[in-house]
Ligand binder design. Structure first.
Ligand code: PSU
Ligand code: MN
Length: 276
């Protein structure tokens, strides 16, 4: 099985694109021989595996649900889209070992805002497949934080940490060449009893060109600062502005990389399955 976070659909992509990307992602997981399970809180209940009907609810402004929100949403019968942090926790509880996302949260450039994704990845022994961390973040600080927390990063056919919209950053990572190698690393880490997730990163299939990216990002960051946007509203704000400022190019890049990550997660899940 491959767990998928729902915040990426509810807050990371524009409303029209989200259901399409959702079904493409589920299709990619199935085609690779695994079962997709999008995770969310629906009317006060944890749901592992959602149908398209659930999207109708999630798409209508469901709140972004981090770890800190889960107890309250359950108590109050509310609906929320789970982040990497809360999805990793719930997947682990449900006995699912592999998940996919676009990019993990990390250290933001301002206000010492650190995503709960980072400490969560140190706590729950998942395999998390992604395209690194979003370039809206302070990437050097994010890479440092991963190291501080003892979270191993392996580059799937890449020797550099990818930057989500960018194919690569300056940060080196140990590279692996196939799913079997990933599975072996995961099995050894589990045998030792390490709690940390294994972060498998791969380059986005269709990155933005650096100039388009840097210009849009510069403007989005300025606007966020000027409007005083902070806390959990910041990541969705920056992503939305990037989508608008690149004329949808970043949505395409985002769609392609999420699908590719889901597919790779499915292949890794198959290699980790008892039957191999
Ligand atoms: N990756 C994407 N799009 C997203 C996110 C990740 O491709 O929208 C979301 C994830 O749910 C991640 C969250 O957990 O952004 C991080 O938000 P914050 O910085 O507030 O922790
Ligand atoms: Mn934050």
């Amino acid at each position: 099985m491959v767990a998928l976070e729902s915040t990426l659909f509810a807050h990371g992509l524009p409303g029209q694109a989200a259901p399409k990307v959702w079904s493409e992602v589920e299709g990619a997981v199935r085609d690779a021989g695994a079962v997709p399970a999008v995770i969310a809180v629906m009317e006060g209940k944890v749901r592992v595996g959602l149908d398209q009907a659930a999207w109708a609810k999630l798409g209508q402004g469901a709140e972004k649900a981090g770890l800190q929100d889960l107890g309250r949403l359950l108590a109050q019968g509310k609906t929320g889209a789970t982040t990497v942090a809360s999805t990793a926790f719930l997947a682990w509880k449900a006995g699912i070992g592999v998940m996919a996302t676009g990019g993990i949260g990390g250290v933001h450039r301002e206000n010492r805002d650190i995503s709960a994704d980072l400490p969560a990845l140190a706590l729950y022994p998942m395999v998390v497949v992604c395209s690194g961390a979003k370039s809206v973040l302070d990437l050097p600080a994010t890479v440092e934080a991963l190291e501080t927390l003892g979270i191993p990063v392996v580059g799937f056919r890449t020797p550099r940490f990818p930057g989500f919209y960018l194919a690569e950053t300056d940060f080196p990572v140990p590279a692996v060449q196939d799913e079997r190698e990933v599975a072996q690393i995961v099995q050894c880490a589990r045998a030792l009893g390490l709690s940390q997730a294994v972060l498998v990163v791969q380059a986005p299939p269709e990155p933005l060109d650096r100039e388009t990216h840097d210009r849009a990002l510069h403007q989005a960051l300025e606007e966020g600062r000027a409007r005083g946007i902070r806390g959990k509203a910041l990541t969705p704000f920056l992503l939305e502005r990037l989508h608008q400022l690149t004329g949808g190019e970043s949505v395409e890049a985002n769609r392609k990389l999420v699908v590719a990550n889901a597919r790779l997660a499915a292949r890794i899940a198959r290699h980790l399955a008892p039957t191999g």
